[in-house]
Structure formats: C-alpha cells, structure tokens
Design a protein around this ligand. Structure first.
Ligand SMILES: Cc1cc2nc3c(=O)[nH]c(=O)nc-3n(C[C@H](O)[C@H](O)[C@H](O)COP(=O)(O)OP(=O)(O)OC[C@H]3O[C@@H](n4cnc5c(N)ncnc54)[C@H](O)[C@@H]3O)c2cc1C
Length: 363
C-alpha cells in the first residue's frame, strides 16, 4: 500500500512527489506518457515572474519566484542556468504595470548595463523595462527526472478513480491518498466549478551567431545565448487544441511568429531551427493555481464536503516551473502536517464563486 498516488508526472506531479518522498512518504507516480512529458516537456522553463501591479497573483509570484530559483539552484544545480532577466514592456499598458511594479517589489532589481541595452533593436531600447538581477532557465525534463529519482513510476493511463474501505485502487496499485496533477488533460473528477483550459504553445531552440548574456522577455522570451544555442518561446494560441482541431498544427506558422517576435527585441543572425516543442499549458480563470482539497459539489448542500483523501495541483498556466516548487511544498505540508492551504489558491474559492452565480440565477 502506497501512502500517496500522484497522477501526472509533469513539473507539478514531480515536485509534489519530491517533497512527499523527502517527508518519508511512499509515493507511486503515474503518467501515461513519461516523466516530464505533457506541457512540462514543451516548456522553455524560464524562471521569471509575472509582472502584475498588485493583488494576490503578485503576492504569490514574489514568494514563488525566489523560492523556485533557490529550490533548483540548491537541489538540482546541474539543471539550472542562471542569468539576469531583462523584461521589456511590449505596449503602453505593460509599461504602466512595470513602472508600478518597480515602485513596489521585494525582488532584487537594478539598471541594465549598457552592453545589455546596446544589443537591443532601436525600438526595444526605447521601451520601459525591468532588470531582475536573479533569473534562470531550467532543463525541464532533466529536473523532472531528478526530482523523481527513487520514486516508483508507473507508465499507465489512469482512466477512473475508485475509493473503497479508505483507500484508492489504480490498476493493481493501492494508495491511501491521491493527488491529481494531470494538467490540461481529460479530468478524472468532473466538477462544474473547476474551469481549467488548455492554452497551446510552441517554442523553438535555434542556432544563431547572435549573443546575449541575459534572458529577455518582450514579445516572446529569449534565453541567454553564449554558445550559439538560444531558446525562444512561446506562442499563446487559444484557438488550437490537439484533441479538438481536425487539421494538424501549422509548425511553420509558429516558427515564423516566434522569429518575427524575437527580432523585434534583438536582431537574430545566421538562424537555424534546431528543435520544436509544442504542448498545452493549463490555466484557471483568475490565473492563480488550484492546490488542495476538492469540493464534492453533489454532497455540499448544507456545508462544504470534500472528496476523501483527494487533492489536486494544477492551473499554473505559463508559470509551472516558477510556481511548482512553492505550491508543491504547500500541498505536501497540507498532506503531511495537516496545514491549511490559503483559500486564494485552493479549489474551494471557485466552488464558492460558482454557488454564488447559481444562487443569483435562481433569484
Ligand atoms: C510551449 C510552452 C512553453 C512554456 N514555457 C514555460 C516557461 O518558460 N516557464 C514556466 O514556468 N512555464 C512554462 N510553460 C508552462 C509549463 O510548462 C506548465 O505550467 C507546466 O508544464 C504544467 O505542469 P503540470 O504538471 O501541471 O502539467 P503537465 O506538464 O501537462 O503534466 C501533466 C501530465 O499528466 C499526464 N496525464 C494526464 N492525464 C493522465 C491520466 N489520466 N493518466 C496518467 N497520466 C496522465 C500527462 O501525460 C502529462 O505528462 C510552458 C508551456 C508550454 C506549452
């Protein structure tokens, strides 16, 4: 009997498995593809914050972002390349956000050195920017594999969940608790208040003679490039979905978009496409993750009732590698020590909003 079964071996499933193992739990990790497949396998895995003016997402980012940098650097140093991050506003609205952000942030920010600015295109040089002194790019698959070393992995598609006599059965495996970490795939628990959606993304690795010492975010993200290999990503395509669209994804169109956007920031010379990566991010309506107990709505008439020993970790959108270490630790503390998870990231917030809407409709 395992203590915990984790369904989905993307960065969220791997990070929570890592923490549970560190806390002495026996973990069974399931994925129908492989460790670090799914959206995680496609990610450029840039560790950079979302620059919001204020609010819960900003608060979460200011904790999760430095936490992630330290987590990868300390535990998996071979999987992270550190580099400062230059974030350039892509329009007026973003410029306002960056100005507000700079006035009120706990992150270590500075002024970009001249040699960094000089390689930008003339129009990019004129834009408002934030220079974050500590940033990084993670080897997505490598870190997922390292986080799950020593954990029992089952290459298996979980098609249903059955809980009886206080434990779950998944194929031949029994576990006391289950964590759902399946990203933007078919849900195993279908609840009307959980509205996660898949957002298709494409990124590329290129060979180029252009050099940059920093990671840049402008219209797209561009990795530091000292030895000729540069990662560029990613597109955000809300219209394409691999399971729903009949026509195949147009890879040439994606490449063209990425290169055009990157060239708005720096001029790329001698470009050769080396690899394409595509996948789905999984985002929530308020851009915050969903971590913790899952409300069973059909049994929640008078008071809120939760599925027994069932939790989730999902909805991290385009920031999975930034958020996963922090939120996985929170979920582990909840499971191991019974610590409450803040409602701003718990699924129950969506249940409450859903019930309010339902009651409004009845009136
Ligand atoms: C192109 C692209 C670029 C990105 N760039 C960045 C970036 O630079 N920085 C960043 O922080 N984030 C980035 N992201 C986002 C990041 O990749 C995601 O937020 C993250 O991968 C989500 O991880 P996850 O574990 O929730 O889901 P996933 O990685 O999608 O993992 C879910 C796993 O569950 C498995 N699964 C699903 N259903 C079942 C089932 N029934 N049984 C068994 N297994 C199942 C799937 O096979 C999959 O492996 C990017 C995403 C994309 C697509």
């Amino acid at each position: 009997m395992y203590d915990v079964a984790v369904i989905g071996a993307g960065v969220n499933g791997c990070a929570v498995s890592y923490y549970l193992k560190q806390n002495g739990k026996q973990v069974a990790l399931f994925d129908r593809e492989a460790i670090g497949a799914g959206g995680s396998g496609a990610a450029g895995a840039f560790i950079s914050p979302k620059f919001s003016k204020s609010g819960e997402l900003k608060e979460l980012m200011e904790k999760a972002y430095p936490f992630a940098l330290e987590f990868y650097s300390k535990n998996f140093p071979a999987c992270i390349k550190n580099a400062p991050l230059l974030h350039i506003a892509k329009d007026e609205d973003e410029a306002k956000k960056l100005i507000a952000f700079k006035e009120n942030t706990t992150l270590d920010i500075g002024t970009p050195p001249l040699q960094v600015i000089q390689i930008l295109t003339a129009s990019a040089q004129e834009c408002e920017n934030v220079y974050v002194l500590k940033g990084g790019v993670v080897d997505a698959k490598g870190v997922c594999n390292q986080m799950t070393e020593g954990i029992d992995f089952f290459n298996f598609e979980v098609s249903s969940l059955t809980c009886k006599d206080g434990y779950y059965e998944i194929g031949d495996i029994k576990a006391k608790e289950v964590i759902l970490a399946y990203g933007a795939y078919e849900p195993l628990v279908d609840e009307p208040y959980i509205n996660l959606r898949g957002i298709w993304g494409h990124r590329i690795d290129i060979g180029t003679s252009t050099r940059t010492e920093v990671t840049m975010h402008h219209h797209v993200s561009i990795s530091k490039c000292e030895e000729g290999l540069m990662a560029i990503g990613a597109t955000h395509d809300v219209h394409y979905h691999p399971q729903k669209n009949k026509e195949p994804y147009d890879i040439e169109k994606g490449r063209k978009e990425l290169l055009e956007k990157a060239n708005l920031t720096i001029e790329l010379k001698d470009v050769e496409i080396l690899a394409d990566y595509t996948g789905l991010r999984c985002g929530s309506n308020d851009y915050m993750p969903l971590v913790g107990k899952i409300v069973e709505s059909k049994n929640s008439d008078k008071e809120i009732s939760y599925y027994p020993n069932l939790t989730m970790i999902n909805g991290v959108g385009g920031y999975g590698f930034v958020m996963a270490p922090y939120i996985a630790k929170k979920l582990c503390e909840h499971i191991v020590e019974g610590k409450e998870i803040d409602e701003s990231i718990a699924p129950v917030r969506f249940y409450k909003r859903y019930m309010k809407r339902q009651q409004g409709k009845k009136r």
